[in-house]
Design a protein around this ligand. Structure first.
Ligand SMILES: NC(=O)c1ccc[n+]([C@@H]2O[C@H](COP(=O)([O-])OP(=O)(O)OC[C@H]3O[C@@H](n4cnc5c(N)ncnc54)[C@H](OP(=O)(O)O)[C@@H]3O)[C@@H](O)[C@H]2O)c1
Length: 253
């Protein structure tokens, strides 16, 4: 099948490997045009008790070298990679794909109040200018030190919870022709994307350890349940880890 004839990734066969993802994402341009947003891959690593970090949000190594290779492969296949400011402050990530032969994914941070330190590693990257998505009523001068350090602050509307409105963000990505987006965390961002049903594929590394740390979902005492079934489930062993590939079943036709 020629690349332009491919069906969009939500109409294709189940994805259970990097090769399958590559096939699926060749239809991401059609997906963006049809849905007015990128195809979203939600990906993170968790312990068997569902922790993604330590109790005080400190970073804990969860992925083995084998599963890390898959994570970097997903980054290399994605047009954009997104985390929240909590992850930038806790982990100081570069958000780069180390084995990407092609262009690097566009790094994006949800940073309502522009708290990203100008000395952050991703701001210092020479091969990509990170987009820092902030509330649209901040004075432009607020972003000057970050702009000078190499980042690209970008205003976006706020939602009723005072955080970046994900629907407005999707429109922004659409305008910027971001066809596919890898969302890597942390807990608050993963929860927001799931709550907004903005996940087309889930890739979760299960690390064989207990941590008793930060739960992957930020669930309020009251409010809507986040209960969602997964479909088209595939498991891929990766060294000591198991990687789950699945689609959330949003009940769409
Ligand atoms: N195991 C893994 O795969 C993995 C991956 C990534 C991160 N982590 C871990 O996750 C932890 C960080 O998670 P976290 O929950 O503290 O922070 P986070 O999810 O990285 O960032 C959350 C922050 O992003 C900002 N934000 C703006 N718009 C948002 C929106 N619509 N929805 C959600 N957040 C929005 C908010 O900042 P304001 O409050 O300023 O508005 C919010 O507090 C770290 O410990 C890190 O190590 C683990």
């Amino acid at each position: 099948m020629k690349r332009k004839d491919r069906p969009p990734p939500d109409r294709e066969e189940a994805v259970g490997s990097l090769e399958g993802l590559q096939r699926a994402l060749s239809g991401a341009g059609c997906f963006r045009q049809a849905h007015r947003r990128p195809f979203v891959v939600l990906s993170y690593a968790q312990s068997v008790d569902g922790s993604i970090a330590g109790r005080n949000r400190e970073r804990i190594r969860l992925s083995s070298p084998e599963s890390m290779r898959v994570t970097h492969g997903i980054r290399a296949l994605s047009a954009g990679i997104l985390v929240g400011i909590g992850t930038v402050l806790a982990d100081d990530p570069r958000l780069a794909a180390f084995d990407g032969a092609g262009p690097q994914p566009q790094p994006v941070v949800l940073d309502t109040h522009l708290k990203t330190p100008p000395a952050a590693r991703l701001v210092g990257r020479r091969d990509a200018r990170p987009w820092l998505i902030h509330r649209d009523d901040l004075p432009s001068s607020h972003g000057s030190p970050l702009r000078e350090a190499g980042a690209h602050p970008m205003p976006c509307a706020l939602g009723p919870d005072g955080r970046i409105d994900l629907a407005a963000l999707m429109t922004l990505f659409c305008e910027k022709r971001i066809d596919s987006l890898m969302v890597e965390g942390g807990a608050r961002v993963i929860t927001s994307f799931l709550r907004s049903r903005l996940a087309d594929l889930l890739v979760v590394t299960l690390s064989p350890q207990f941590i008793g740390g930060l739960p992957v979902l930020e669930v309020p005492d009251s409010g809507d349940s986040l209960r969602t079934r997964l479909k088209e489930v595939r498991y891929q062993p990766a060294g000591p880890d198991m990687i789950l590939w699945a689609r959330p079943d949003w009940g769409d036709p």
